[in-house]
Design a protein around this ligand. Structure first.
Ligand code: KG4
Ligand code: ZN
Length: 348
């Protein structure tokens, strides 16, 4: 019997240089080098800085992944790389490295969609995806509700954010509260000591005409402004800002809307599995509320461990491996770095 494909995946769409190696749907290595500390003082990812960091980290991270997996590059059966969406210059580094590996090793190359990779990664932890699966992807760059009949070639967008991504809202509110970048994990931590019912912040696109027009879309920009105004008003009055209560109440507003719409999307489409992914899926309150709402609606929730929720190479290797197993054609060697690749385009 032919062995299961050994696939290396490269991820460079934002500030993580990720190199993952899988055999079939077994994870062998997940090496990540992050440039997040270099961006912290700017309060956001600086594209040029990220691209340079990818260049410096690429070869050492590939070496580290091969060592961790106990393999040589010549053992590989295929290469997968994030072609988009993401920062153009950052993507280019990964795509160029993947082409070089594919050409020099004489093995097929799969240029894949970053969001499809976020969905795929859970096969490494919880086995094959039920078809269809509903996926809620929430990170610093995206907030999407996806109906996924087949992750290798059929991903449908039901809704997305019309302004800020969920993680972006966490990062901006953290800044208002004087917490470090990236703010999501800090808000998560601080919120544990606060009262999530202390302040009622707005739930975007959940009522009236907005809801009708944007049933499965999200909006976090109004919420962010509302938190900033609330904090400013306290400061102007010379009162102490109850940071833990603000963090908990803000976080509750975000995860309430995320989970409410995700469960509704499952029910509206007759889907009984909800997958969470992306950096914000590491949020403890999101995981808890999603779990309890899924339980009440008889929906099975799946969520990978936090290290596989944030950007990594294993997720790209996972999608590449599913493509090989599904008999998908490889990409052309002149594939582009597709910075605004639409979510429905799983492969370029
Ligand atoms: O998926 P990811 O690593 O990179 C992007 O593709 O953006 O997500 C990073 C985002 C950041 O906005 C970060 O603040 C957020 O995920 N994040 C969290 C938590 N951990 C990371 N947000 C809320 N709670 C967390 N525990
Ligand atoms: Zn991501």
């Amino acid at each position: 019997m032919k062995h299961e494909p050994l696939v290396l995946g490269l991820e460079t769409s934002c500030d993580e240089t990720g190199v993952g190696i899988v055999r079939g749907i077994t994870l062998l290595a997940d090496a990540v080098a992050s440039s997040v500390d270099e961006h912290a003082r700017f309060g956001g990812v600086v594209p040029e800085v990220a691209s340079r960091a990818h260049l410096q980290a690429m070869l050492p991270t590939i070496d580290r992944a091969c060592q961790e997996a106990g393999i040589e590059l010549r053992d590989l059966d295929a290469i997968a790389v994030t072609a988009g969406p993401g920062l153009a210059g950052a993507l280019l580094v990964g795509v160029a490295a993947a082409k070089a590996l594919s050409l020099s090793l004489g093995i097929p190359l799969y240029g894949v969609n970053h969001l499809g990779a976020h969905v795929s990664v859970d096969v490494l932890e919880h086995g094959p995806l039920p078809e269809p699966t509903m996926a809620l992807l929430v990170s610093g760059g995206h907030s999407n509700l996806l109906l996924v009949p087949d992750v290798t070639h059929d991903i449908r967008s039901l809704g997305s954010t019309i302004d800020d991504a969920a993680g972006e809202a966490f990062d901006k509110v953290a800044r208002v509260l004087g917490l470090p970048f990236p703010g999501g994990p800090h808000i998560d931590r601080v919120a544990k000591g606060g009262n999530r019912k202390a302040i009622t912040f707005p739930r975007g696109l959940t009522a009236g005409k907005d809801m009708e027009r944007h049933e499965f879309d999200y909006s976090f920009s109004g919420l962010k402004t509302s938190v900033a105004r609330w904090v400013q008003a306290k400061e102007a009055a010379g009162e102490a800002v109850p940071v833990a209560d603000v963090a908990a109440s803000f976080q509750e507003a975000v995860v309430d809307v995320l989970t409410r719409k995700a469960v509704k999307a499952c029910q509206a489409n007759g889907v009984d599995h909800l997958l969470l992914g992306g950096g914000v899926a590491a949020n403890s309150r999101l995981r808890a509320l999603a779990q309890s709402r899924c339980d009440s609606a008889s929906i099975t929730m799946r969520v990978p461990r936090p290290a596989l929720c944030t950007d990594n190479g294993a997720m790209v290797a996972a999608l590449g491996s599913l493509m090989v197993a599904g008999g998908r054609e490889p990409s052309a060697l002149n594939l582009p770095a597709a910075s605004s690749q639409p979510v429905e385009l799983v492969q370029v």
